[in-house]
Ligand binder design. Structure first.
Ligand SMILES: C[S@@+](CC[C@H](N)C(=O)[O-])C[C@H]1O[C@@H](n2cnc3c(N)ncnc32)[C@H](O)[C@@H]1O
Length: 274
């Protein structure tokens, strides 16, 4: 139990705000990621958009920018690829919560030769992304009545270049979606779905409850503005000791549409020195 002083003056979390990119072959990674994106001239599928819950998280103001080429400024994807190659060269076990049209997910699939990839989003898998994958199976369940998702939830499996791919079309608030992940371990998680403090706290409780973290892991959170940043720091404080967190970063970096919008505040934790 924390004492009154700890409640009133919670321990300061020492985080870094600059990342040392010189340790990675960034030129090669950036080139490969930009080429991967260029393979897909248009990420939009009109019918899927019409049937979506949240238009795949693509608000109108960035809609015309989603297909625009990115310059060579580093993105969170470039950093994830660099860290995956350095820390998990034998096998990446990747979970992306909030896949949208699949821009980041597809670059990860292309950049990592030995991995297992899980996407989780309230939307159905974007048909544009799905055409890149070889379908294997589908299992469905009823979404909760309270969910904004009015169709059944599902888990679909595929393969991509010999690597297994899983896509959960479900609500992060639906614990049944998380149950589908029970027994799996992830060494890289990217949290980029519902950008609210309650949602990222709930997600993390699910990750802990279903024991989803591998022995060595790295977690990225996107868009840590205001209350989201507080929630992130609360997660660090609460789980610091349990997971022996070694590094905490809060950096500004380009996101899924690169230089066409402001940099994103991204939080990273890991139990290995990065
Ligand atoms: C910002 S986009 C993800 C971008 C993607 N990670 C990338 O970098 O290319 C956010 C996604 O979260 C999804 N999302 C929002 N609320 C959700 C919820 N309750 N459950 C699952 N996914 C949700 C949206 O459908 C949207 O596709």
């Amino acid at each position: 139990m924390p004492n009154l002083l700890q409640i009133l003056f919670p321990a300061k979390v020492d985080y870094k705000t600059e990342f040392d990119f010189t340790q990675f072959p960034m030129t090669e990674i950036v080139k490969q990621n930009r080429e991967g994106l260029q393979e897909v001239p248009d990420w939009f599928d009109r019918k899927a958009m019409e049937e979506s819950c949240f238009q795949y998280g693509v608000p109108d103001f960035i809609r015309d920018k989603i297909n625009k080429p990115l310059n060579d400024d580093f993105t969170y994807t470039d950093l994830m690829v660099a860290l995956s190659r350095k820390h998990f060269p034998n096998k990446l076990h990747y979970l992306e919560i909030g896949v949208s049209v699949g821009k980041n997910f597809y670059q990860m699939l292309k950049a990592v030769s030995n991995g297992e990839f899980t996407g989780f989003d309230i939307e159905e898998i974007n048909p544009v992304l799905e055409t890149k994958l070889s379908f294997q199976s589908k299992e469905s369940w009823s979404s909760p009545r309270s969910s904004i998702k009015k169709t059944d939830s599902s888990v679909k499996t595929y393969s991509f270049d010999g690597n297994p791919v899983r896509y959960i079309s479900g609500d992060v608030w639906d614990e049944n979606s998380w149950k589908k992940l029970h027994g799996k371990k992830f060494n890289l998680i990217f949290s980029d779905a519902l950008h609210s403090s309650d949602a990222i706290l709930f997600e993390f409780e699910m990750i802990v409850k279903y024991d989803l973290l591998d022995e060595k892991f790295l977690i990225f959170w996107d868009d840590l503005h205001g209350k989201m940043r507080k929630a992130f720091l609360n997660i660090v404080r609460k789980y610091n000791e349990k997971f022996m967190i070694k590094d905490v970063y809060l950096i500004q970096i380009n996101g899924w549409i690169g230089q066409h919008e402001n940099q994103h505040p991204v939080g990273i934790i890991s139990n290995i020195p990065l």
